[in-house]
Write a protein that binds this ligand. Sequence first.
Ligand SMILES: [Zn+2]
Length: 57
Amino acid sequence: MEIKCHFCFETIPLEIYREEGDKQDFIVDCEVCCHPLHITAEWNDEEEDFDVEVDAG
Ligand SMILES: [Zn+2]
């Protein structure tokens, strides 16, 4: 999956592992500008993928 950085607007790859839970909340640093991004992910049963929201960490 890919997310868009809120600071530099680059697209960066993001791995989310379902074993870690259906609802996750964590911070990742952007690979490009190193700013922290707050990720909220919730498993979507119908799409069998995570719904991901990104905001400024
Ligand atoms: Zn960035």
